[in-house]
Design a protein around this ligand. Structure first.
Ligand SMILES: Nc1ncnc2c1ncn2[C@@H]1O[C@H](COP(=O)(O)OP(=O)(O)O)[C@@H](O)[C@H]1O
Ligand SMILES: [Mg+2]
Length: 333
């Protein structure tokens, strides 16, 4: 089991960055009224399944009365029909029988039609929880029958808090079971948060990936290198931090790029260096905290040097070989 599975929040207080969703759920719990069907939607890894499961727990619903169906594994009409046929019978214990339909946008329209019938005919003891990243793919008539709870991408600070909370829980675990032997330095967690693109699952997965590495330097390097989506930013970050810069790492990032990509990488690196200058070298997370941080002269000088190299070596021909030379020069200056 991955870290993100072991550390699924059991408490609303541990669900970061979803104030609105949590507020709605608290309201339902306090009033003791639960809609027959709830649609949880939002980006991947932001807490949909976690919240749905939490509500089930609060309603005292456990297996076999609680069933989790992942539509990504099973898109079959047969599954839906068999649920329809058995939902009439009363729960074995407790008040409710609940079905969580994960990734339910993947259901065929035929299966969705049966689901709609189920929503219309469900007895009082039945609750449905639909989870999806893609609510537009559901029949509008299904959506019309659901209370909606929306989760949002987590901002970097919430991601940082989620990571920290996993680390602190790891510290409390029995030594033999611990994956994260020692909570990484704040800058490691901040870097992970920055690269997770709003997904708590992705962030915790990344923490898992680096948990075997001992030094902060190794951890930072691993995070940088693994990042495929924002490689331009990674290159810029590698270049801006002369202590951490290893030409081999930059070269690795440039490998396999095309001439077309080279120009957009160059543009993005310059954009990044420019924003470092504008922010006076203070990292974004520090700015967000709103405290006073001293300008970072060293980073500003690096950013300035990068801009010089990347825009002043004569007219740019867009080729990968020129970009490679710019990067090499920035690395070694
Ligand atoms: N809002 C959040 N706060 C803290 N951890 C979260 C949050 N959302 C997701 N996670 C982490 O990611 C894992 C997967 O979350 P999940 O609820 O299955 O995401 P989703 O269903 O939105 O794709 C959880 O077990 C938890 O470790
Ligand atoms: Mg999910």
């Amino acid at each position: 089991m991955g870290l993100y599975q072991t550390h699924r929040p059991r408490d609303l207080a541990d669900v970061k960055g979803q104030k609105e969703a949590v507020g709605i759920i608290r309201g339902h719990l306090e009033r003791g009224v639960f809609p027959p069907a709830t649609l949880y939607y939002g980006p991947s890894g932001t807490g949909k399944t976690t919240l749905a499961r939490y509500v089930c727990k609060e309603l005292g619903c456990k297996p076999p009365n609680l069933q989790l169906v992942n539509a990504a594994d099973d898109r079959g009409i047969d599954t839906v029909r068999s649920i329809r046929d058995k939902m009439g019978s009363a729960p074995l214990m407790g008040k409710y029988r609940i079905w969580i339909f994960d990734e339910c946008h993947q259901w065929t329209s035929q299966a969705q039609s049966v689901l709609l019938e189920m929503l219309e005919d469900a007895p009082d003891h039945v609750k449905f929880m639909l989870c999806t990243t893609d609510p537009q793919k559901l029949l509008p008539t299904i959506r019309g029958r659901c209370a909606e709870i929306k989760t949002k991408e987590l901002d970097e600070d919430d991601l940082y808090q989620a990571l920290l909370s996993v680390c602190l829980k790891e510290e409390k675990l029995d030594l033999s079971k611990r994956v994260v032997k020692k909570t990484p330095e704040e800058k490691v967690l901040r870097l992970i948060a920055e690269k997770a693109e709003g997904s708590a699952r992705a962030a915790i997965q990344r923490l898992d990936d680096i948990s075997g590495l001992k030094t902060t330097e190794e951890q930072l390097r691993a995070i940088m290198l693994k990042d495929v989506k924002s490689w331009s930013k990674s290159i810029a970050q590698l270049l801006i931090d002369p202590e951490k810069t290893v030409w081999a790492d930059v070269a690795e990032q440039l490998k396999g790029k095309t001439n077309d990509e080279a120009e957009s990488i160059r543009q993005q690196i310059m954009g990044w260096a420019n924003s470092v200058l504008l922010d006076q070298g203070i990292p974004k997370w520090a700015i967000k905290q709103g405290k006073k941080f001293a300008p970072n002269q060293k980073r500003m000088e690096r950013a300035h040097r990068i801009l010089e190299i990347f825009e002043c070596l004569g007219p740019y021909d867009g080729g990968l070989h020129r970009l490679t030379r710019f990067c090499y020069e920035a690395c070694n200056s």
